[in-house]
Structures are given as structure tokens and as C-alpha cells.
Design a protein around this ligand. Structure first.
Ligand code: BMA
Length: 326
């Protein structure tokens, strides 16, 4: 084993599959993708863009389950191995004292981030019909307490950092519009209390052709010796609509709005049938990552074609090389 790059705990039971023989890609797909079919629970039209974290001796998650009436909901789930999931057939009913905030509208694209003793959930939350960043926390993946929305509409892809930075909570987000936003940069904000957010900083704009329309943060950033490792989705507009791929960048550890390095190519783009055919064709959308610090293994959960949930694998030192040399 070489130099350790990931700063964090070990996770020897994380899902893993070695790179297949003959594959030269930096990231490789799980051969039994998709791991979660669209109809795992009776009510679901699709299960995708979902968040997974280590929990107790296994894993827990918050899943985007769109219903057969095409309502966007989030559901909790548990798994022993991160691959076979028990997802609650009922949506999460957030506990909230303030009806103005807690009135359910729609919820999608959750991320889960453990900070100190709480698991925070952020998601795209319909507030009076407009998308913004909802925030809740849980200790046990049973009861979820909803807090203030982090931002005014319109905003999506709110992604927390896994520890305070200079004593403040930190979050990436992507200001947007009320539709299928044809623009989008990643911004950084911080908060002393997880309620009031400010100190907004621009992080990065769309750059290369594969991400020329918009970009948005994906999984919770991974702390490494080389900076925060951020996987992010990038969208191009083809003659046939949006195409969602994903790539990676390294952000400064102390001032994460500063981009140290950014890969110029995508890491993974919609190429397999399950990524190209579904409710929204040509979408690979990463929303969670598990990693084992001593071995540098990373497992990335991504939604495919807005229909199913998939896994891909990578080695941190190869990702870092890719970002720096690309
Ligand atoms: C975005 C979000 C994502 C979705 C993507 C592609 O605006 O709605 O949930 O995966 O579009 O449809």
C-alpha cells in the first residue's frame, strides 16, 4: 500500500469490485448495475439520485423515490452491504414545528452528510412551489427533524462539507431557476448555526464542452491530503436535450471556494443502456460516495436516466492523478 490520500476512517465493508480486466478507465461501473431497480417499493416509478452513508454496522440512505403519480419524494432505507436495500415504502415525514417550512410540497435529489453526532439531509425542497435547499437532521434514520431552508428559491444541489471549516458549517449549492435551468455555477456558503447562511463565494463555472451548460456538486466532498475531492455533474446541451456526465476537481482545504485542480475530461458519461434509456435519457448523476481511507477505495452512487441507482468504483490516487494531469 502506498501513500494514504484520504483523510478519514476505514470502511472495510464498503461495496467494492476490482477494475475489470481490459478496462483502462479511471472509474469503472459495478458489473451488476443497476443496484436499485425502479420498482423496489410498490409505489415507485423510479429510484435514483440517492444518498448513502455508513451507519451502525452497515449503511443507511435517503432515496429519491418518484411515485407512480410522478410526485417527487424522499424515503429512508437500510442495508447491510450497501448493495441490497430495504427502502421504506412510505416517504419521510419530516418533523417540523413551523408549518410554513414543514408543509410538504416536493423533495428530490437528497444528500446525507454526517457532521459530529448528526446525519444532515439536504435536498431540493419545494417551498411554495419553488425549489430551494431543504435541511433536516436525524440521529437514527427513523425521525428526521426539518430545519430552515438554507437559501431563498431558486436553488438546487445543496451539498454540505463533512466538518466545520474555520468553525463554520459549509455548503456548496447551485442557484437556478424554476425550470430545467439552462445555466449554473457552483457557489460556496457558510453558516455559524446551520440556519443563517452567508459569506457566499463563487467556486466554479461551466468550462469544457462536456459541462458547457451547467455544473452542480455531487457527493459530499472527500477530504484528502491534496484538497477536498469534489465529484460534480456537468451538463451539455445536444440537439436532443441535456446530457449529464460527471467529473472531479480538488478544492483548497481551508478556502474551498478556491479550485486547485480540475479534470478537463469527464470521468463517466451516459454510455450503458441503463444510463441512456429511461424516464430522462442520457443522465449519470452522482449524489453519494463511500470511501475506505487506508486502501483509497471509493464507491460512487449515481442515478442513471432518472430511473435507477447505480454504483461505480475508483481508487483515490488514480482520481487525483486524473484531475492533476487532465
Ligand atoms: C435536474 C434534476 C435531477 C435530474 C436531472 C436530469 O434538473 O431534476 O434530479 O436527474 O435534472 O433530468
Amino acid at each position: 500500500m502506498g501513500k494514504q490520500f484520504i483523510i478519514g476512517p476505514e470502511l472495510p465493508n464498503m461495496p467494492w469490485q476490482d477494475r475489470p480486466a481490459g478496462c483502462n478507465d479511471v472509474i469503472w461501473r459495478y458489473e451488476r448495475n443497476p443496484v436499485i431497480p425502479r420498482d423496489l417499493i410498490p409505489s415507485s416509478n423510479s429510484i435514483f439520485n440517492s444518498a448513502v452513508v455508513p451507519f451502525e454496522n452497515g449503511f443507511a440512505g435517503v432515496f429519491r423515490c418518484d411515485t407512480k403519480s410522478r410526485q417527487m419524494e424522499v424515503h429512508k432505507g437500510l442495508s447491510e452491504d450497501g448493495i441490497n436495500w430495504n427502502i421504506d415504502p412510505k416517504r419521510i415525514e419530516f418533523i417540523c414545528e413551523d408549518d410554513n417550512i414543514g408543509k410538504f410540497n416536493y423533495a428530490y435529489d437528497p444528500r446525507v452528510c454526517k457532521i459530529e453526532d448528526k446525519y444532515y439531509v439536504t435536498w431540493c425542497n419545494g417551498y411554495h412551489g419553488y425549489p430551494t435547499i431543504g435541511v433536516a437532521y436525524t440521529y437514527d434514520f427513523n425521525e428526521f427533524y426539518q430545519m430552515e431552508n438554507a437559501f431563498l428559491p431558486f436553488n438546487r444541489n445543496g451539498v454540505l462539507f463533512p466538518r466545520k471549516i474555520h468553525g463554520k458549517y459549509a455548503m456548496l449549492s447551485r442557484p437556478s431557476d424554476n425550470g430545467h435551468t439552462p445555466f449554473g455555477d457552483i457557489f460556496y456558503s457558510e453558516s455559524p448555526d446551520m440556519i443563517h447562511w452567508g459569506h457566499h463565494r463563487h467556486v466554479m463555472s461551466p468550462n469544457k464542452p462536456w459541462e458547457s451548460t451547467k455544473i452542480g456538486a455531487g457527493p459530499i466532498p472527500i477530504e484528502t491530503t491534496e484538497g477536498w475531492l469534489l465529484f460534480y455533474h456537468g451538463v451539455l446541451t445536444s440537439c436532443n436535450g441535456f446530457v449529464y456526465s460527471f467529473g472531479a476537481a480538488l478544492l483548497d482545504i481551508d478556502e474551498p471556494w478556491k479550485v486547485l485542480y480540475r479534470g478537463s475530461n469527464y470521468l463517466l458519461s451516459p454510455q450503458r443502456l441503463y444510463e441512456c434509456v429511461g424516464d430522462v435519457p442520457n443522465v449519470t448523476f452522482p449524489t453519494a460516495a463511500l470511501c475506505d481511507a487506508p486502501t483509497g477505495r471509493i464507491a460512487i452512487y449515481y442515478g442513471a436516466a432518472d430511473t435507477v441507482t447505480c454504483l461505480a468504483f475508483a481508487q483515490v490516487e488514480e482520481i487525483i492523478d486524473f484531475i492533476k494531469s487532465n
